[in-house]
Design a protein around this ligand. Structure first.
Ligand SMILES: *Cc1c(COP(=O)(O)O)cnc(C)c1O
Length: 407
């Protein structure tokens, strides 16, 4: 079955109560048992069931199962935000003295988070993940994990996903792929050997800028029997569940960044149209980048769909489409703030993956705090404007960019 046929019927097939077409929003914080022995069995993990809403509830379980299906994974745990998924997972599985390698091309808050890890005794080395060799050069005796994004924001670098997957398998490293920019519709990290997949559900999967959420999906590919930081009481049953169980207990339960049931419902409904939205948004991004490439007011367009993009071939092989996000550097005579102000349809804001097209001057906003030196290493010029393209009709977007650039 196709992507959409599969996911839109998945709730129903798992038997929703009362034949309800949606999984209901369960707002109950706690779940009761007639038999106190049953309650004890659920607490001890000997029986499936719900206890307290900070850990999971039926609405969240339905969404988790849907993400697992989308990612062709083994199991999923949802969080309040994408950042909570990243932070909680890493804190639950790394210890002081461990080392991790991260792509240097990162979502701004992930970069900020990784910079704080040093204060907890966890060292993070940054490497140009478009080259597997650059990642290999950073490997140390105590390296535990490699973290990359598929298409990085805002300059759209595409990580060497296949080769890094092979490197991680060769060296026994946990391979974490943040799939937010591509979504499981364009790319499944399990296909390149990822151990874990991260998705910010706030972005394309939810898709309507009305709910925050994040998810971690276990692919079942990593042999956790060799991983040192797991507590003995989580090392029971199927080995591929050990690490995610520790993330659920030591991470989600103890840190408490739980996804709200109402948000889970919004995200689940939004995700039904992921494929349709991605098709339209990616087609729009292609049309716009073709128009902007070589436009007299535009110095440079960064989009993996363009033939002059350094990882154009790689993106064409790996991804169904090269994404719906691109960045533009304007010629010196055009002020990036004026350009954004001239756009009528495109909304000036942060966020990405909305149904609406969004634009933002990144050096002056989301990447401001990291300072000019780190921005330079990430290739973020002061005039760079990032666009997350939505599902408007292509002609309307083309007309808007055309009039905003004037001549
Ligand atoms: C937005 C984003 C995140 C964080 O997600 P939130 O839901 O905003 O916390 C992580 N990674 C990438 C690539 C993102 O774009």
């Amino acid at each position: 079955m196709g992507f959409t046929s599969e996911i839109i019927h998945s709730d129903r097939r798992s038997g929703v109560e009362h034949g309800s077409i949606h999984k209901p929003v369960h707002t109950a914080v706690t779940f009761t048992y007639e038999d106190s022995r049953e309650l004890a069995a659920v607490f001890q993990g000997k029986q499936q069931g719900y206890t307290y809403g900070r850990q999971v509830n039926p609405t969240i379980t339905a969404l988790q199962d849907k993400i697992t299906l989308m990612e062709n994974g083994h199991s999923t745990v949802a969080f309040a935000t994408g950042m909570a998924a990243i932070g909680t997972t890493l804190f639950a599985l790394l210890r002081a003295g461990d080392h991790m390698i991260s792509s240097s091309f990162l979502f701004g808050n992930t970069n900020s988070l990784f910079n704080s890890f040093g204060t907890q005794g966890i060292e993070v080395s940054f490497a140009d993940a478009t080259s597997c060799q650059a990642v290999r050069d950073q490997v140390r005796e105590n390296t535990r994990m490699v973290f990359v994004e598929t298409i990085a924001n805002p300059r759209t670098q595409v990580a060497d996903l296949v080769a890094i997957g092979e490197l991680c398998r060769e060296l026994g490293l946990v391979y974490i792929v943040d799939n937010t920019m591509t979504t499981p519709y364009l790319f499944r990290p399990v296909s390149v050997g990822a151990s874990f997949v991260i998705n910010s559900l706030t972005k394309y999967i939810g898709g309507h800028a009305n709910a925050l959420g994040g998810a971690l999906t276990e692919t079942g590919l990593f042999n956790w029997a060799d991983y040192p930081n797991l507590y003995d009481n989580y090392k029971t049953g199927d080995v591929s569940n050990w690490a995610i169980t520790q993330v659920k207990k030591k991470g989600l339960r103890d840190f408490g960044a739980t996804l709200a049931p109402e948000a889970a419902h919004h995200i689940s409904v939004g995700s039904d149209t992921l494929a349709l939205r991605m098709e339209q948004a990616c087609a729009n991004a292609r049309a716009l980048t073709t128009f902007l490439h070589g436009h007299p007011m535009v110095k440079k367009v960064y989009y993996p769909g363009l033939a002059d993009h350094p990882q154009h071939e790689r993106a064409a092989v790996l991804f169904k489409h090269p994404g719906a996000l691109f960045s533009v550097e304007l010629v010196d005579e055009v002020d990036c703030f004026d350009f954004l102000n001239n756009l009528q349809l495109v909304v000036c804001t942060s966020n990405l993956g909305d149904t609406r097209s969004l634009g933002i001057p990144v050096a002056h906003s989301i990447y401001y705090e990291m300072g000019p030196e780190r921005r330079a290493t990430m290739g973020i010029d002061d005039s760079l404007v990032r666009f997350s393209i939505g599902i408007e009709e292509t002609e309307d977007l083309l007309a808007d960019f055309d009039q905003a650039l004037g001549v």
